[in-house]
Write a protein that binds this ligand. Structure first.
Ligand code: BTN
Length: 230
């Protein structure tokens, strides 16, 4: 499968592209791989129940894939976005374990992969802050970055990301996920305890070492706090 043979829908505005797919899959209106793309979400969702800011300066899309190997999907999607932006625009983002990408020390990409119970299907949601928003508050400006100074061909970018995702489904997580990860050798806190990020294993789990030299494996980024500057 690739970008050329999946169904694609463009919407001017939607609450959430992940939710759009979820509802239509549950209603059996979507039964094959499907991509939905918008430039504005009114209820964009992030990981761990957070909101995802989704104004007109970005592109937001979700890809439903049926009946494939979804193992370690989130790191593979992060690499797919990283490679697409590097190869198409020669811009190098940094990956932040587990599901974000950064540019110039600000988050510019968020990824939310959701499995549907009862369906052998995954919904891969990707939000990219493409252009500068001139009306952000100072607080928001410190958090939300942007990648491009000029309008780009957004469909080419999405095509490359989607094709990379399909190509990586049956592979291991590429080494680049670890090499380009900005958290390695940085401190983080989990339940008030300090750890040093020493490695990411081949399944994308973070290995943290505590102050006494004990190593712990972290499967998800929930409850893990990196310093703002990380
Ligand atoms: C995160 O940073 O916590 C994940 C953000 C994922 C955002 C994307 S945008 C397209 C898709 N639709 C959503 O509601 N969320 C994902």
């Amino acid at each position: 499968m690739n970008f050329n043979n999946i169904k694609i829908k463009f919407l001017n505005e939607i609450d959430s592209t992940n939710d759009y797919l979820k509802i239509n899959i549950k209603d059996k209106k979507i039964i094959d791989d499907y991509l939905v793309i918008t430039n504005k979400q009114t209820n964009g969702r992030g990981a761990n129940g957070r909101n995802f800011f989704s104004d007109e300066n970005g592109v937001y899309f979700s890809l439903a894939i049926f009946n494939k190997n979804f193992f370690n999907i989130t790191p593979k999607v992060a690499v797919s976005v990283y490679l697409a932006i590097k190869n198409t625009f020669n811009i190098e983002l940094e990956i932040k374990w587990i599901n974000d990408l950064y540019y110039k020390n600000k988050k510019v990409v968020g990824i939310l992969c959701e499995r549907l119970l009862n369906e052998n299907c995954i919904i891969i949601g990707i939000g990219i802050d493409l252009y500068k928003n001139n009306s952000l508050s100072k607080d928001m400006e410190n958090i939300i970055g942007y990648i491009f100074d000029k309008k780009i061909d957004e469909n080419t970018l999405i095509r490359n990301i989607v094709d990379n995702i399909y190509n990586l489904l049956d592979s291991q997580i590429p080494d680049i996920y670890i090499k380009k990860n900005r958290i390695l050798n940085k401190d983080f806190f989990y339940k008030g305890k300090k750890f040093l990020a020493i490695n990411i294993d081949k399944n994308g789990n973070l290995i943290g070492r505590d102050e006494f030299g004990f190593e712990n494996v972290f499967f998800s980024s929930k409850d893990i706090i990196f310093n703002v500057t990380n």
